[in-house]
Design a protein around this ligand. Structure first.
Ligand code: SF4
Ligand code: SF4
Length: 189
């Protein structure tokens, strides 16, 4: 299903065209992409990579939700390369995601987010056009709900880890802990 572009004053997009098709993927260059346990599991499993090959650590802003490990109080995001996400590649002047099947939930949702059960379009979005929120919600409602649940699941895992591991363990132990839990979830379902 294609999304309609509401604004028709852009010279780079046509009504009815999916906005990303003719965009220069500014979103993949400007943002740090924070990831949760399910995102890390899908990328690691899909690409056959050790998560530490594609994860970058950042100092946690939120003390309650930061991961408490030997390396510090951390948040996890995708590594960057050449001023953009490491998975972004240029081919014939077009930038494209090379991990489309496994890309993080936030990448699929952008430029929308659920807030208090309501779909909102981010104020600071980088898209050169307006999206049709109603069509996006129809197309993405299952994904958006799943993404919200996955972040909740991750926040609970971090809380459990921080409570149980007062003697700090390395990040690799935390990664094993969350990947085992996601794997268990998939086995149950
Ligand atoms: S900035 Fe917006 S329109 Fe451009 S690729 Fe990202 S989501 Fe698509
Ligand atoms: S994973 Fe793909 S969609 Fe997400 S920021 Fe990286 S290149 Fe862009």
């Amino acid at each position: 299903m294609k999304l309609k572009v509401l604004s028709n004053d852009s010279d780079t997009n046509k009504i009815g065209e999916f906005p990303c098709t003719s965009c220069h993927t500014n979103c993949c260059k400007e943002y740090v992409i924070f990831v949760n346990a399910h995102d890390i599991y899908r990328l690691s499993d899909g690409l056959g990579f050790n998560p530490e090959n594609f994860l970058e650590i950042y100092g946690a802003k939120d003390f309650d939700l930061g991961i408490n490990v030997q390396e510090g109080l951390l948040d996890l995001a995708l590594k960057q390369k050449d001023g953009g996400c490491m998975f972004l590649e240029e081919s014939k002047d077009v930038f494209r995601c090379t991990v489309n099947d496994f890309k993080p939930g936030v990448c699929k949702s952008y430029p929308f987010q659920m807030r208090n059960g309501k779909l909102i379009q981010m104020d600071s979005k980088l898209c050169p056009v307006e999206w049709n929120a109603e069509e996006f919600e129809n197309m993405m409602s299952i994904h958006l709900k799943k993404d919200e649940c996955e972040w909740k699941f991750y926040d609970e895992l971090v809380l459990e880890w921080n409570t149980k591991n007062q003697t700090k363990k390395p990040l690799s132990a935390f990664l094993k802990f969350i990947l085992d839990r996601v794997s268990l979830e998939f086995t149950k379902s």
